[in-house]
Design a protein around this ligand. Structure first.
Ligand code: ATP
Ligand code: MG
Length: 593
C-alpha cells in the first residue's frame, strides 16, 4: 500500500478527550476518530487492526466448533419483556420507536434473540449441543464512556451462545470456550489472567470467569494469591480475616488533645463511651487525621435504599461495602446508595456524623465490625463522634454478615496467604447460564425419553474493539504503539528517504515485491516529506519492522529496525543488504497461529 494514497491523519498533539496512553496513540496515529462520546470511526489503519483481531477471534471460534451467524441489532421490546430485562437493563439499553410507535432496543447482548431462535428451531435432543457466535456492533448507553475504545457506547463484540441437553454437555463447551479465549489472548500478545467473576445483569445459575488484560487504566480490580494461584474479580473475591486485623490495638487515645475531648466524659480507655467534639469532620480520612488514629479503628455507616427501604450498613473505616454481597444478605432486588431525596424524608439523619448508637434504622453489621473491641463512630449529632464504642454492648448486633470487599493483605480464601491487588481490563467473559433464559422464554426440547426439557445454556463474550484498545494500552511506548505482528495493520514499513531518487525508489519497489511474495503486508512511505516527518509518523504507526532506504541504495544497502531489536535494547537501525533485510523479516516476524 502507498502511504500517499492512504488516509492516515497523524497528529502532533493528542486531543483533549484522550484519557489513556493507548487511546492517545490511537488518535495521534490517525487510526480512530471520535464522532460522539463513546462512538468512534475506524480509519484505514485502525480498521486493519480491528480486522486482524476479528480474524483471530473467528479462527479460534471455528476451531472450537462454533457456527457463525449474524443476529439483528434492532430487537423488538416484547422480546426483552419476555426475559424480564426490558426494565432490569435500565438506562444502559438504547431504546427507539419505529414509525408505528412500536418500541425497539438496540442489542447490548443477544441472549433474547438467540433463545427465541432456539425456541422456534430446536425441539429435539438430536439437534443438541451446538454453539452459535457472531461478531458485530453492540450498543450500551454507558454511564461513563471512557478511554476511547475501552468503554464505548457503540462497540464491536464477539458473542457466542451454547445450547446443551444437560450440565455435563455445557461443561464441555465451557471448557472449549475457555481454551479458545486463552488462545485468542495469547495470539493477540496480551498479558492476561483468568479470574472468578460475578454474573452481573446477565445473571445465570453456574460459574463464570472473566479474562483480564493487565493494565493500570483497567477499571477492574483483580485479587490474586501468589502462593496458590487464586484469582478473582474484587466483586467476587473471598477472603479470610486474621484475628489481629479484626481486633485492633486498643481504644482511641484522644486525651492528649483537650479540644477534642469532652472532659465531662474524659475516660478514653475502658468501658465508657467518649464523646468527641469534631467540628466539620465528616469523612473517615478527616476523622483519622483529626483524632490521629488509623481508619481501621473506625466504623463507617452507609445508608442504602433496599427496595425502597432505608437501611444502614456498617463496615470498618478501612473497608468498602460490597453492594453485591449486601444485596444478597438483604435479599433485595434493588440496592442503591441513599440519595438526597431519600434522605430528605429523614431530616434527623446527620450525614457525616452517622453511627449505630441510637440510629433508628435496620442495621447490617459487617463481621469485622462485630469483633472490634473499641471503635470510633459518628454520634448521630452534628460535629460529634464517639470513641470507645463497643459493638454488641453499645449497640446491638442483630444482623451480622460479610458485607465488605476483600482488602489488600487479607488472607487468601483458599490458602490464607496475603492477597495482592492489580488492575485489569475485562476483555472476555464466559458464563454458565443454565436455564435462566430458556425457562423465561419457553424454549424446550424432547430428550431421549420423550420428556420436555429446557436447554442448558452458556454465553461467551469477548470485546473485539476493547481487545484492540487493551493491546494499545499494553504496547504503548515512548513514541507510539509497538503493534504485535499478529494484529499490526501491516508487517513492514518501507521508508525511502527520497521517493524521487530513482535508485531508492527501485530498491523500495523490489523489496516490496519480495516481501509481498513471501506473504507479508507492506506499507510504503512514498510521500514527498522530510525524513524527520517520515520517521516520526513511522514511530506513531508502530509497524513491527521498518526498513529505511537511503543513500546506500546504490550499493544495495538499507537500514533495518524492528520491535524485536528495540525490545533487545537495540534502538538504532542496523545497516545490512536488502537481501539480508528480507531474511531478517522472515526471522523476526514469526506470527503464531
Ligand atoms: P464491564 O463490566 O466492563 O462493563 P460487562 O461485564 O458489562 O463489562 P459483558 O456484558 O460481559 O461486559 O460483555 C462481554 C464483553 O464485551 C466484555 O468482556 C468486554 O470485553 C466487552 N464490552 C462490554 N462493554 C463494553 C463497552 N462499553 N465497550 C467496549 N467493550 C465492551
Ligand atoms: Mg458493562
Amino acid at each position: 500500500m502507498r502511504q500517499s494514497e492512504m488516509l492516515v491523519p497523524t497528529l502532533r498533539e493528542a486531543p483533549a478527550e484522550a484519557d489513556a496512553a493507548g487511546h492517545r496513540w490511537l488518535l495521534r496515529s490517525g487510526m480512530i476518530r471520535q464522532l460522539a462520546a463513546g462512538i468512534y470511526s475506524y480509519l484505514p489503519l485502525g480498521r486493519r487492526i480491528l480486522l486482524n483481531v476479528e480474524r483471530i477471534v473467528r479462527e479460534e471460534m471455528d476451531r472450537a466448533g462454533c457456527q457463525e451467524v449474524l443476529l439483528p441489532i434492532m430487537q423488538p421490546a416484547e422480546l426483552w419483556e419476555e426475559s424480564g430485562r426490558y426494565t432490569q437493563y435500565g438506562p444502559e439499553l438504547m431504546r427507539l420507536k419505529d414509525r408505528h410507535a412500536r418500541e425497539f432496543a438496540l442489542g447490548p447482548t443477544h441472549e433474547e434473540v438467540v433463545t427465541a431462535l432456539a425456541r422456534d428451531e430446536v425441539n429435539s435432543y438430536r439437534k443438541l449441543p451446538f454453539t452459535l457466535y457472531q461478531i458485530g456492533t453492540k450498543f450500551r448507553d454507558e454511564r461513563r464512556p471512557r478511554f476511547g475504545l475501552l468503554r464505548g457506547r457503540e462497540f464491536i463484540m464477539k458473542d457466542a451462545y451454547s445450547f446443551a441437553s444437560d450440565w455435563e454437555e455445557l461443561d464441555r463447551t465451557y471448557q472449549a470456550m475457555n481454551t479458545a479465549y486463552s488462545r485468542i489472548l495469547e495470539r493477540c500478545g496480551l498479558e492476561y489472567i483468568r479470574v472468578e467473576a460475578d454474573a452481573g445483569t446477565i445473571g445465570g445459575q453456574g460459574e463464570t470467569h472473566e479474562f483480564m488484560a493487565l493494565a493500570d487504566v483497567g477499571e477492574d480490580t483483580i485479587v490474586t494469591c501468589k502462593h496458590c494461584g487464586y484469582a478473582a474479580n474484587l466483586e467476587k473475591a473471598g477472603y479470610q480475616t486474621s484475628e489481629s486485623s479484626a481486633n485492633h490495638a486498643g481504644p482511641a487515645d484522644t486525651s492528649t488533645d483537650p479540644k477534642t475531648v469532652d472532659k465531662a466524659d474524659g475516660n478514653t480507655k475502658g468501658d465508657t463511651l467518649v464523646r468527641i467534639e469534631t467540628p466539620g469532620v465528616r469523612t473517615i480520612n478527616e476523622l483519622s487525621a483529626f483524632v490521629g488514629e488509623d481508619a481501621r479503628h473506625m466504623i463507617k455507616t452507609l445508608l442504602y435504599q433496599a427496595d425502597g427501604q432505608l437501611i444502614a450498613a456498617l463496615v470498618r473505616g478501612d473497608h468498602e461495602v460490597n453492594d453485591i454481597a449486601l444485596k444478597q444478605v438483604l435479599g433485595a432486588e434493588e440496592l442503591i446508595l441513599a440519595d438526597e431525596t431519600a434522605l430528605a424524608v429523614h431530616p434527623k439523619l446527620t450525614v457525616g456524623f452517622l453511627g449505630p448508637i441510637g440510629l433508628d434504622l435496620p442495621i447490617v453489621v459487617d463481621a469485622d465490625v462485630a469483633v472490634m473491641e473499641h471503635a470510633i463512630t459518628g454520634a448521630n449529632e452534628v460535629d460529634v463522634h464517639y470513641s470507645n464504642v463497643r459493638p454488641g454492648i453499645d449497640f446491638t448486633l442483630d444482623k451480622v454478615d460479610r458485607i465488605r470487599f476483600a482488602a489488600e493483605g487479607d488472607g487468601c480464601p483458599t490458602c490464607g496467604e496475603p492477597l495482592v491487588f492489580t488492575k485489569g481490563i475485562e476483555v472476555g467473559h464466559i458464563f454458565k447460564l443454565g436455564t435462566k433464559y430458556s425457562d423465561a422464554m419457553g424454549a424446550s426440547f424432547l430428550d431421549r425419553n420423550g420428556r420436555q426439557c429446557a436447554p442448558v445454556m452458556g454465553c461467551y463474550g469477548i470485546g473485539v474493539s476493547r481487545l484492540m484498545a487493551a493491546i494499545a494500552e499494553q504496547y504503548a511506548g515512548e513514541d507510539g504503539i509497538r503493534w504485535p505482528a499478529a494484529v499490526a495493520p501491516y508487517h513492514v514499513h518501507l521508508i525511502p528517504m527520497s521517493w524521487k531518487d530513482e535508485q531508492q525508489r527501485e530498491l523500495t519497489l523490489q523489496l516490496e515485491q519480495q516481501l509481498t511474495d513471501a506473504g507479508y503486508s507492506v506499507l510504503v512511505d512514498d510521500r514527498d516529506e522530510r525524513p524527520g516527518v517520515k520517521f516520526k509518523d513511522s514511530e506513531l504507526i508502530g509497524l513491527p519492522v521498518q526498513i529505511v532506504i537511503g543513500r546506500g541504495a546504490a550499493e544495495g544497502q538499507v537500514e533495518f529496525g524492528s520491535h524485536v531489536l528495540a525490545v533487545q535494547g537495540e534502538s538504532k537501525r542496523i545497516s545490512m543488504t536488502a537481501q539480508e533485510a528480507v531474511s531478517q523479516v522472515k526471522v523476526q516476524l514469526i506470527v503464531r497461529n
